[in-house]
Design a protein around this ligand. Structure first.
Ligand SMILES: Nc1ncnc2c1ncn2[C@@H]1O[C@H](COP(=O)(O)OP(=O)(O)OP(=O)(O)O)[C@@H](O)[C@H]1O
Length: 251
């Protein structure tokens, strides 16, 4: 199973350094890791640096991977797409990118399964240009998954989704990571999603790694105050699940 660790990563836009000395413990495949932090902290930059889309110092260590850096896939926050294609065509094209054009029954079955899991079956033959923002976000998730990444970097993948689809998608990603051994890093603003679905959490603040470890140990009242400038607490709901309650902005 794949494992990833970041060692002293940095990144800059022109002369402005926005990420420096970013290291993490080993993140094992089969699990979801939340990447959290305030606006402009450097989460998207971190993902782009890991995916090799921007260069900089430091090393991304990948072990037990058959495809090396090709095993890493970045799903950006803004998901455009070729409006001429249908949903099905765009997902099929994603599946075949970088390989031959022959399509096996197994690949078609997997596309069908992913479209069904993301509730996209009824939209399969609609043009991408006719979709809502949330529907486009679901298609982008399908496109990322059919490429079978070993490390998937998802930049706020639920930001355009309604409540039902947010939890459906996160639960699906959790099941898929466990079944396939893929390592999934998800940039999130909703810390309750991190508490509920993510085994580990990495906190990004001012372009640096502020904390990393099991989610229950990382999302604490102290971290909320220091990083997010809010007074809050994690309590157990009546079903025993951890829930974040924000009381006020910190004074
Ligand atoms: N293409 C770019 N050129 C110059 N500066 C950039 C570029 N992209 C991002 N930045 C700057 O880098 C810093 C980090 O941005 P980044 O998008 O990584 O933050 P983020 O944590 O993902 O934020 P958000 O939660 O708001 O999406 C910000 O100050 C931003 O203005």
């Amino acid at each position: 199973m794949v494992a990833i660790a970041l060692d002293d990563l940095g990144a800059a836009y022109g002369r402005r350094t926005v990420l420096s000395g970013f290291s993490t413990p080993i993140l094992e495949g089969g699990a979801l890791t939340a990447v959290i932090g305030p606006n402009a902290a450097g989460k998207s930059t971190l993902f782009k640096r890991i995916a090799g889309l921007i260069k900089g110092p430091g090393t991304v260590h990948l072990t037990e991977t058959a495809r090396g850096r090709d095993a890493v896939r970045y799903m950006p926050q803004d998901t455009g797409g070729n409006a001429v294609l249908t949903v099905y065509e765009s997902v099929l094209l994603a599946a075949k990118q970088g390989s031959g054009w022959r399509v096996s029954d197994g690949e078609l079955a997997e596309i069908d399964q992913i479209l069904a899991a993301l509730d996209l079956h009824d939209l399969a033959f609609r043009g991408l240009g006719e979709l809502s923002g949330g529907q486009r976000q679901l298609v982008a998730i399908a496109q990322a998954l059919v490429r079978r990444p070993e490390v998937l970097l998802m930049d706020e993948p639920t930001s355009a989704l309604d409540l039902y689809r947010q939890i459906e998608v996160l639960a699906f990603m959790q099941r898929r990571a466990r079944a396939s051994g893929m390592a999934v890093l998800i940039a999130l603003h909703d810390l309750n999603h991190a508490l509920r679905y993510c085994d580990n959490t990495i906190v990004v603040a001012n372009g640096a790694m502020q904390a990393a470890g099991p989610t229950s140990e990382v999302i604490t009242a102290e971290m909320l105050r220091e990083v997010y400038r809010v007074d809050g607490r994690v309590e157990r709901c009546s079903r025993g699940r951890p829930v974040l309650i924000v009381d006020s902005t910190a004074t």
